[in-house]
Design a binder for this molecule. Structure first.
Ligand code: ZN
Length: 201
């Protein structure tokens, strides 16, 4: 009986959506490399300190462009191969290496990108709960009110994927209470992700 309980415990751990989440695939790269990537996939976007690979944006043509840009910056073939591999792997997290010199910034950026990774791995039902919550908050004008104090709120309004990461990294901490009081199901998911992000620090 004891053996069975033990087996069940192992099975439940293996089936947990967070089983594979003990480690993040994180890479610190020079700013120049992120700049080349950014210019290749979306020249108009803001320059990122961190980037989560939620899907592969480098198609054949863009990959060639990216490699050319890296070559222009003086990187060797071997280095270019190493960088492209990082950007071509889903669920990788890539950081601008300059964040390592600022402890607070590093903490904020890593928490944000790790939250992206954990949200992406949620099950369908949990994703739906978060999406519904996001839509409801959007319709209630909660995000546009935040814009008055912080232009970053625009990211949450235009991209629902940014909703949880921006609360977890502390940018919109006030929303934590909003979730806890008005959206208990979403709060449970949020709390678990936050714990997981911190445990892996
Ligand atoms: Zn983000």
């Amino acid at each position: 009986m004891k053996k069975l309980a033990y087996l069940l415990l192992i099975l439940s751990c293996l089936c947990s959506p967070f089983y594979n989440k003990k480690k993040f695939s994180e890479y610190f790269v020079p700013e120049k490399v992120l700049e080349c990537y950014q210019q290749t996939i979306n020249p108009e976007a803001n320059f990122p300190l961190g980037h989560y690979i939620d899907s592969i944006y480098l198609d054949k043509e863009k990959l060639k462009k990216f490699e050319e840009k890296l070559e222009e910056k003086g990187y060797t073939k071997k280095e270019i191969e190493k960088f492209t591999k990082i950007f071509l792997t889903r669920d990788n997290i890539i950081y601008n290496e300059k964040i390592t010199s600022n402890k607070d910034l590093k903490e904020r950026v890593t928490m944000h990108e790790r939250a992206h990774s954990l949200v992406a791995r949620l099950g369908k039902k949990e994703k739906e709960i978060l999406q519904k919550t996001w839509r409801n908050l959007l319709e209630r004008g909660v995000f546009s009110n935040l814009c008055i104090y912080n232009p970053c709120a625009w990211h949450i309004i235009t991209n629902r994927e940014e909703f949880i990461p921006y609360i977890i990294d502390g940018t919109f901490l006030s929303l934590e209470d909003t979730l806890r009081i008005n959206y208990p199901d979403a709060y449970k998911i949020y709390e678990r992700i936050k714990k997981e992000v911190k445990e892996n620090k």
